[in-house]
Design a protein around this ligand. Sequence first.
Ligand code: SF4
Ligand code: SF4
Length: 368
Amino acid sequence: MPGLVELVQEAERELTICNSCRYCEGYCAVFPAAELRTAFTTGDITYLANLCHDCRACYQACMYAPPHEFGINLPRALSEVRAETYAQYAWPRRLARHVRGNLATATIGAAGLGLALLTVWLTGGADRFFVAYDAPGAFYRIVPYLLMLVPALAVSCFFLAVVWFGAVRLIQGAGGSLQALLGPRVWIDAAADVLALRYLGGGGDECYYPGQDRPSAVRRVLHSCVFYGFVLAFASTVSAAILQELLHQEPPYPLLSVPVILGIAGGAGMIAGTSGLLWLKARSNRALGAAAMLRMDAAFLVVLDLAAITGLLTLALRTTPLLGTMLVLHLGVLAALYVTAPYGKFVHWVYRLAAILQHRVEESRLQA
Ligand code: SF4
Ligand code: SF4
């Protein structure tokens, strides 16, 4: 299997041809960003790889794609480098290669489930699995509050530290600096790109997914469901924390409360989006993407889908004797999501955001 050096060399070869051709410069940010460079460092290639949103419009348009002797397949070349980035920028790096596959994710999920079961058993007995609770504090009678909160906070802080250093390395590798990100304009422009999922648009014609012949908005719509579903689910958690910590109201909350409404909307969005993307990925052209990326995509989407499904089932069954079982299942899936987050596909939004910010900085310099 080619290592990072070979993958970077191949991406560099293809981007050098693209820089002479320039046919695709309206499709996405990758081509204008590449045109600002006469030579590419490894940091430049990593930056461009993370700027690519895999819409595949350039492959569809390319007159130098295989079987032409130039063999240009930029979506694949950049996806190979991107998959490698997630391992290179993770810490500890050695762990990244072992944790991000399907089997490892399933094993971590099973370990998380076992840990949650053990916690219930050690903190008061397994009979709590099958007793219906619906009074305030019901969840914490099954798994104590601090045993839910402390591990989640610890893993979240670790994730933030790992991706922060990774994002800084990406920006500095592309010749950027943190000082250049201090102005509001760059953030406003980058936020607009991210919120509209602009670069999933294939320059206006949408992505070539799942088929190669016809562009379709399906991928952008499904990605939006996952993205905004996740944002709503996060907002649900924050609103529940406010109710609990500031207003001293313990969960479960009524059906028509802010955390529950946001949670249902977010969970439904994530289930629709992740299930649809799994369907789309299964039908996509394997020749245009890295096999490692496809495996990471599948592991991440399945875990996110299961997190949303078990979350909604916990909500639906919260007044029944199945509450304990569903809550423990949900915590097991969340353990897999949290532990694999710094090493798998979950990090892609951080590096894409860093790359878009760097691109906006470079654009603003050109306009100045
Ligand atoms: S992908 Fe092909 S058509 Fe597009 S810029 Fe590169 S070489 Fe030219
Ligand atoms: S696949 Fe799409 S986003 Fe990636 S380089 Fe090609 S046109 Fe740009």
